[in-house]
Design a protein. Sequence first.
Length: 351
Amino acid sequence: MRTADLKNSSGQPKSRHLWWEDGTLVLLDQTRLPAEEIWLRLNTLDAVVEAIYALRVRGAPAIGIAAAYGVLVGMKEHTNLPLDEFKSHFQAVRERLFKARPTAVNLGWALGKMAGILAHFSSGNAQVLYDRLELEAFTIHSEDIELCDRIAANGASLFPPDTRIITHCNTGFLATGGVGTALGVIAAANELNGVAMVYADETRPLLQGSRLTAWECGKLGIPCRVITDSSAAYRMATETIDGVIVGADRIAANGDTANKIGTYGLAVAARAHQVPFYVAAPYSTIDVDLGKGAEIPIEQRPESEVTTFHGQPVAPQLTGAWAPAFDVTPAHLITAIITESGIFRYPYDFS
Ligand code: MRU
């Protein structure tokens, strides 16, 4: 689907998996893919917070968009209040959404954009302010759709014809408003010069690679094979891999990059095999307030996500687990960071 098609009949943004309709956030429940395509209509703040925490909607840019619409869901019941009272509810709504997932910078970034509208609004009633917030959510969503295209165009030519690529987690249309970041680059490379094979790391423990990336590649007609995360180094040793490309949840000012757990190990393996390692992300993923990756807050997930599989135990009952959702890849292992504003190379200077 082309970017121009990602709109409803009123010209409002409508992604393949997420949009705003009649005061409700509509989204495809990603926890049920690929077995079932279940659509959710979220119209309470609790439901939006739960959907973000449970990864029904996931991927850093998509989380940001969902949070912007989450503000609308949380504020809509207060529109008949006087303006000051309406405004006084915002902080609690913002905090609940902000705490849902701490690593992706896009969440706080989108909530900050919504807060800016609120802070600068003084003339008009609560309904007028709510309408302005709705417009801002549409802007956040539309801009993400457009910048995905620019990231894809910037990154496509980094890959040779009939290229073989390894990717990790899911960074496609399910993770963003548009065509995706890393997977958007892969799709653009496929159109430009052809992709011979995408190796999708399955991405333990929640399998975003095997469940979602392989599903998207199927929809896009891109050849894809799933590999276990632990197979990636051996694949690099046994076949020519032209590049590894991943997304990002947050990038520190020095280029250290937080992304799905397993990314760091993949970067180490890529360096050992002289395979270029690329990160693709919106420029807003760069958190200039954080000097280095050690300062990035890393979300810890419930141990049960590691010790069980489909509700069945895969570890002895009393065994604990360490379950970070993300890791940090040091900047020196990253060949280039592809953004909508251009391609940055190590050593990173984003100014
Ligand atoms: O836990 P998830 O599935 O939200 O993690 C997603 C990732 O790590 C992605 O690589 C990242 O958010 C970039 S998505 C364009």
